[in-house]
Design a protein around this ligand. Structure first.
Ligand SMILES: Nc1ncnc2c1ncn2[C@@H]1O[C@H](COP(=O)(O)OP(=O)(O)OP(=O)(O)O)[C@@H](O)[C@H]1O
Length: 252
């Protein structure tokens, strides 16, 4: 059985005109097994968000293929939307909850959008799992940032996505809120077998993953298994030095 739940083949993304635009991704290929937690790191502008957006079907690559659970992500907007609803979960830095809906209604929303029965019992079970069982009737503005992000994670998990993508999920949180969110993501992988890909700038956050992928100038330039915060920070510093040196050389 093919255990690789996410495959990227020769992904290229040019923002703007293909000839004069910005090359954000340059021939990125990777395959991630199901049930793994992967962090993506790299200097600012290295293409991390673009990689996540293309892999999640929120943006279209200029070239290359994305396969999720063995199926190619392709087609018109309607097909892409259906594919995303079925296979993809996404967690944003700024939570993106609907402020006028209760926590419970935010979490059942993806089911309703997919035309499925909004299974309240299941949504409540997930909210209990993320530690918000006593907050289901609250509205997001009444919650802390960490609680809002845990609501967003519950919303992303309710459809049991093949892959959950998270773009800087702890970027707007304090240390305590961030730790709770990272532990939750770990638990979703280790306890429930989900697959998570997370972009982060924070070596401590990245060290919660099983492996870290490093991007520089739109290319995959390294992978670290069993990361520690110190090892990640050191690798990142070296990458930053390399990028700065290349920029100086290009300007010579
Ligand atoms: N919509 C866009 N239009 C034009 N250029 C873009 C667009 N989005 C991103 N870029 C460019 O593509 C490159 C990669 O951007 P991306 O946001 O993916 O990098 P990143 O690694 O996520 O950066 P950061 O860590 O600063 O968020 C950058 O040079 C950026 O300026």
């Amino acid at each position: 059985m093919n255990n690789e739940i996410l495959q990227l083949h020769g992904l290229r993304k040019v923002h703007g005109d293909d000839r004069t635009g910005v090359v954000a991704l340059d021939d990125v290929s990777l395959a991630l097994p199901a049930g793994t937690f992967t962090a993506v790191m790299g200097p600012s502008g290295s293409g991390k968000s673009t990689l996540l957006q293309c892999a999640a079907g929120l943006d279209r690559p200029t070239a290359g293929r994305v396969l999720v659970a063995g199926r190619e992500m392709t087609g018109d907007e309607t097909e892409l939307t259906r594919f995303r609803r079925e296979h993809i979960g996404f967690v944003f830095q700024q939570f993106n909850l609907l402020p006028s809906l209760t926590v419970l209604d935010n979490v059942t929303l993806p089911l309703r959008l997919a035309g499925k029965r909004p299974d309240r019992a299941r949504a409540i079970e997930i909210l209990e799992r993320v530690g918000l069982g006593d907050r289901i009737g609250h509205r997001p503005p009444a919650l802390s940032g960490g609680q809002q992000q845990r609501t967003a994670i519950a919303r992303a998990l309710v459809t049991e996505p093949s892959v959950l993508f998270a773009d800087e999920p702890t970027g707007a949180l304090d240390t305590r809120g961030a730790r709770a969110v990272l532990q939750l993501l770990q638990q979703a992988v280790r306890g429930y077998g989900r697959t998570i890909v997370m972009v982060t700038h924070d070596p401590v956050a990245a060290a919660h993953a099983d492996a870290v992928l490093f991007l520089a100038d739109g290319r995959l330039v390294g992978r670290m298994a069993d990361p520690t915060p110190d090892a990640v920070a050191e690798r990142l510093a070296r990458l930053g030095d390399d990028v700065a040196r290349d920029a100086v050389r290009a300007g010579e």
